[in-house]
Design a protein around this ligand. Structure first.
Ligand code: ZN
Length: 117
């Protein structure tokens, strides 16, 4: 499986850090797209919801997505997801997160910032 360097179009391996042709940082490239994931739709338990969050983050890292809109609903899952996202931000795995347009039932998680050159 390959992905494409957004700067020069070269096909590179999934785990390539820098494009061998133009030296762009592949992991930071984004096409500006946003994943959407509802992790509190079906009465998930907190561990199930966090596992879904983890899975969608993994999937997003394999794509050029800029971020993920995570629907958390209200209540305990939302609190635990916020705690998890805080930790991921602290450890550098995501760039940041915020309430989606003031909607407290959803977070907009920024995976990468699109600092292309
Ligand atoms: Zn390139």
């Amino acid at each position: 499986m390959l992905k494409t360097c957004l700067d020069c179009g070269m096909e590179v391996g999934l785990n390539t850090a820098n494009c061998p042709k133009c030296d762009a940082e592949i992991a930071k490239q984004t096409d500006g797209s946003i994943f959407r994931c509802d992790i509190a739709h079906n009465r998930e338990t907190i561990p199930q919801a966090l596992a879904k969050l983890s899975a969608v983050l993994d999937a997003a890292r394999l794509e050029h997505v800029q971020g993920i809109r995570v629907i958390v609903g209200r209540g305990l899952i939302r609190d635990e997801v916020m705690r998890q996202l805080s930790w991921l931000k602290h450890s550098g795995e995501i760039m940041g997160f915020d309430h989606d347009n003031g909607n407290t039932g959803a977070f907009l998680v920024t995976i990468r910032g699109g600092n292309r050159h």
